[in-house]
Design a protein around this ligand. Sequence first.
Ligand code: HEM
Length: 426
Amino acid sequence: MPESKRKDSEPVLHSSASSSKIDWWTMFTDPKFLASPYAELNRIREIAPIQKDPVSGVYFVLGHPEFRRMATAPEMGRDTRLWSNGWSSPENSRNDPLSYELFSTFQPQMTNANPPDHRRMRDVYEKAFRQTDLQVFRPMIEEECRALAEAVPGDTPLDFMEAVANPLARNVSRKAFQIPVELDEDLTRWVAALSLVGNIMMSADQKRDALTALTEFRCYLRERIATGIDDPGDGFVGLTMTALADGVMDEDEGLNNLVTLISGGIAIATLVGNGLLALLRHPDQFEKLRQHRELLRPAIEEMLRYEPGGSFILRVAIEDYRCGEVLIPAGSLAIGLVAATGRDPRTFEQPDRFEIARKANPHIVFGAGAHICIGKALVRMTAMALFETLMDRFERIDLAGDPVWWTHRSDQHGLHTLPVKLGNAR
Ligand code: HEM
């Protein structure tokens, strides 16, 4: 998000969205809010489910039904170049050339594309990410979970993020994309730098690091494609090669899509970290899960809803869009606040309760509509495998200290450290 977001150069257009006096950008940088945003978001959502920040002109969507409608509306797209006050506006691109270079280099890819380009690119990868096609990775994922669970020292306090969650996310992603282990250090650095793109607190140094990471990452992928070690049409890189050869995507699109797909894997760590913490803070629910393993699938959906790792989902109005009482003018940025939508009492019964057997759980943590997360089946499969492995191997899993939440970003909600003790190994 460009630093110039605070300049409200937009004319005030007609809108009946509540323009309450909330200092959104201060709130998004408050460590207390970042550790637990729910009470504050519940309070704000009760004022109005869609609110316009008069300072930045951004529309914040806190209501579940409102965001679900908006996320699937053809008037609302994902191409941030259409955001009239965004990084590519003539004024912002002049004042902040570094952001412009970073965002414009990374722009061509399905994540940021509107129809018809979005479908053209997504079709290249869609089938490979379906649950049935992903089964090919199941043995690798189960082996990773087993190896990590066996490597952790039992009955000793350890950081779950460092020992299990982060390596699991890294290894699954690296292996699914057949990236050699020698590149692990580079890959970790590239993904860490690029994962900050979209974070409002991104400093100039972080933007420069992200640009360097993007250049190096694309260079590796370009060379890999040129050496022809992948079979065309086989695996994610092979699918990209075929799409390039057939003229379905150009080189920038192909490289950026691969960068995003490979980097996306790191989000697995936030799900298993946040999810385990939710279980540890609700021992009755953890015990219920141990007694009823068939509840693991709904339990993972509840982890996603209750303590979501992604906080913002973006849309940019292609044309004027009316959502209930609110008119969102063309060129506006709207941000769905995921943690608020998941606690909306109009959609979820007793939304502040963590209930692994929750029946109706239509959360929108993976987004909705054409852009719904392409990696969601991979994430669910990996989380299922890990929790199964942990419960099989350890009779006890306990908190061993206070968890520390990230405070350096507002677009994602993840754990820096999660001290646990894994006991009574079987
Ligand atoms: C818990 C983990 C994850 C969460 C919470 C998550 C969440 C999301 C969300 C909210 C979106 C935007 C949806 C929208 O705009 O409506 C998205 C899109 C996307 N995700 Fe994920 N994601 C996760 C893991 C992954 C993984 C593991 C991958 C890659 C293997 C991935 C790849 C992508 C891609 C490529 C898109 C863009 C899809 C498109 O625009 O068509 N994600 N994800």
